[in-house]
Design a protein around this ligand. Sequence first.
Ligand SMILES: [Zn+2]
Ligand SMILES: [Zn+2]
Length: 395
Amino acid sequence: MGKKSKRSNRKGRSVTNMSMLSRRLAKLEKESDESYQNWLYSKASNKLREGLEAIQQVQDAMMLIHTGLIDSRVFEMKASFCQNLLMLEYSSCRFDKVIQIYNDIQMSPEIEKEMVLSFICKLYGRLAMLRLDASNENKDKLVSLIEDHISEGMTARNEKYFCLEAVRVLRNLKDYDASITLCEKLERLDQSEVVADFEIAVSHLERYREEYHWQKDNEFALVRVLDGWKEFFDKQKQNLAPRLGTIWMVFAQKDYLCHQIDDKELSSQFCRNAIENVEKYLEWKWHFERHCFTCNQADTHFVCSGCRLACYCSLDHQRMTWKKDAVQGMLIGHEILCPMMKAYRKWKLASKTGDQKALKLRRRLDRECLYFLSHGLGLEDKCFREEDVQKLLSS
Ligand SMILES: [Zn+2]
Ligand SMILES: [Zn+2]
C-alpha cells in the first residue's frame, strides 16, 4: 500500500512538472519570439537554450521515475525548440553552433532522434555543413536531401521557402547549374509563387557577371538573363516580401546590362533606372543602419570606419562580408559598396539639416553610383555612353 501511494505521488509530481514545464516553455517561446521580432538574435537564442535545458532536466527526471517511458509531449516541445534554435543560429551565421546542435540530436536515442529531427532541422544542419566545408560531398548530400523530400511530396509551403536558401548557397559557391536545377524543381511545386522565379533570375544574372570575361557567347548569355527576368516579371505580383532590399541591387544590375541597346531614348531610361535602383538599395541600407550588415541582427557594436554607415555585431561578421558578401545571396562585398555608402550618408545628413552643400554631395553620390555600376561590378565594357552620363549628372 505504502509503495503504491508513493508511486502515484511520483506520478502526480511528474504531471505537475509537465504543466509547469509547458507554462515555462510557452513563456520562453514568447520571449524568444519577441527578441527575434526585434532582431536580437543572441537574446532569442539564449531563451531557446534555456528552454532546451529545462526540457532536458524533465527528461532526465522522467527517465529516473519511469525508467525510460517519456511523455511524447516532451519530444514535441524539444523538436520545436531545436528547430527554432537551429534556424536562429544559422541566420546569425554561427554555422559551427548549428552543426553542434544537429550532432547532439543525432546522438540521442533512436525514437527521440526520429521525433526531434524534422526535415527543417536536417536542412539547416546540411546547409551549415556546406557553409563551412564546400566539398562536393556536402553539396550532393544537401541536394539529395531536398530532392528526396520533394519526391516524398513536400507540401508545407514554408519548407519550400526554406529550401531556397540552398539555392542561394549553391549560387554563392558558383555552382550555377546545380542552383538553377534545384530551384526549377522547387518552382514546379507551386508555380504561382514568385520567389523561386526571382532566385532563378538572380542565378542567371550572377553567372553572367561572374563568367563575363571568359564567356564565349556573351550575347546568348545575356538573352538567358533577360529570359529569366521575363519569366519573373510575368508572374510577379505587387509585393515581393523576402529580401526586399537586395531586390533593388538586382534590378540595378539588370537595367545596367540592358542599357546597351540601339534605342537611345530607352537606353537613357535604363541608365536612369539603374542609378535609381542603386539609390533605393542604399536607402534600404540606411533604413536598417543599426543592424548588422552581415546577419541583420539589431545588436551591433562596430561601425565601418570608411562609410560610418555599415554596422556589425562582431568583427568576425565585418570580415565575413568585406570581400564578397556571400551571406545575403549576392557576391558583392562591402569593399566595393563602401565609398558609395559614404557618399550616401554624407548627402543624407546634409539634406536633412538643409545644408547648402547638399547639392554638391548629391552630384558626388550620383558619380559614385555610376562608378559602382561601371567598375564595381566588373562589367567595364558595358559602360554607359558619355552623353548619358553627362545628361544624368546635369539633370
Ligand atoms: Zn552579425
Ligand atoms: Zn563601409
